[in-house]
Design a protein around this ligand. Structure first.
Ligand code: RIB
Ligand code: CA
Length: 312
């Protein structure tokens, strides 16, 4: 079976780490690169964490560092209160030995996607700055990327950083607006479905027993993230925003979409709001999801993450 090639653009980040290890563990996926972006953490921390996650899995996959700040707006502070000061809960800064690819993310993305023209799904799960820079640097890239699967947005649902805006879009609304205006296929995995997709502390404790090394790590970092959500929603739950984007690739049968042209509000009280638009290519907005099936799929695949360590 031919594996689906992915590049994940990421701000790891606790749920990013879960998404990356799920992608590495899934037999139908081939992760061919990570690009990093500011958001949950500073971009330098995101790069260090990405290198660490791949070292954990004993995988030799390139990491390319992306933008440190948004295109236009003044940077918002990192979400350290959600993901921890170093982006991995209360764990100290990891010290991976590998170094990043010397190319900036938008050039790495252009060259890597063109080297596998028509085959790569690009999966942004952080702010969309690198993707907007890619579009500006290489406008024809829309004809070479298979599609984008973006974790972000709140189209017909409340936001999570303001009543209107979801974090990834809020952190660079100008970039998101440019991406949604592009002539490429976009599947949008946003708060319209991800808010209801959650794992419990017991789920992660069981994962740690199945896979003591990487599963144990995911259980450890989930604690900080679950504490945050307990403080916000009053329930001890791990909301699976980023892993859901990857599950939408491996298990499309769990998702229902609506084609909606989108634009992003770039100023004022509703900054970062993703709204219905006109005269733009429609985005496939995920509007329905089988939440418990997605949770079970994530846990079943992730339980194998220790056994696949080092698999090429
Ligand atoms: O709103 C959730 C998104 O913002 C996730 O990607 C999370 O990691 C943060 O980046
Ligand atoms: Ca993220």
């Amino acid at each position: 079976m031919t594996k689906q090639k992915l590049i994940i653009d990421t701000d790891p980040g606790i749920d990013d780490a879960m998404a990356i290890h799920y992608a590495l563990a899934h037999p139908a996926l081939e992760l061919i690169g990570l690009t990093t972006i500011f958001g949950n953490v500073f971009v330098e921390q995101a790069t260090r964490n990405a290198l660490f996650l791949l070292e954990q899995a004993k995988r030799n996959i390139p990491v390319s560092q992306g933008a440190p700040t948004p295109l236009t707006i003044t940077p918002n502070p990192p979400s350290h209160f959600v993901h921890g000061d170093e982006g991995l809960g209360d764990l100290p800064a990891p010290t991976p030995s590998a170094t990043p690819d010397p190319r900036p993310a938008h050039i790495f993305l252009s060259e890597t996607i063109r080297a596998h023209s028509g085959e790569v799904i690009l999966v942004p799960i952080g702010p969309l700055t690198n993707i907007a820079k890619l579009l500006a640097y290489d406008p024809d890239i829309t004809q070479h990327v298979k599609k984008l699967v973006i974790m972000g947005g709140a189209v017909d649902a409340p936001g999570n950083v303001t009543p209107h805006a979801e974090a990834n879009i809020w952190n660079d609304p100008h970039a998101a607006d440019k991406v949604f205006a592009g002539d490429w296929q976009i599947d949008l995995i946003g708060l319209d479905i991800t808010t209801d997709i959650a794992c419990t502390p017991e789920d992660f404790r069981a994962l740690g027993e199945c896979a003591p090394i990487i599963g144990g790590f995911l259980n450890r970092i989930s604690i900080f993230y679950i504490k945050f959500y307990h403080s916000v929603i009053g329930k001890e739950l791990c909301i699976m925003h980023d892993p859901t984007a990857i599950v939408s690739i491996t298990n499309p049968e769990c998702f229902g979409y609506e084609p909606i042209p989108l634009e992003v509000i770039t100023q004022g009280e509703r900054i970062g709001d993703t709204i219905h638009s006109t005269n733009r290519p429609p985005v496939n907005v995920a509007k329905t999801a089988d939440s418990d099936a997605i949770r079970k799929i994530f846990l079943d695949i992730s339980a194998k993450c220790d056994t696949i360590m080092g698999a090429q």
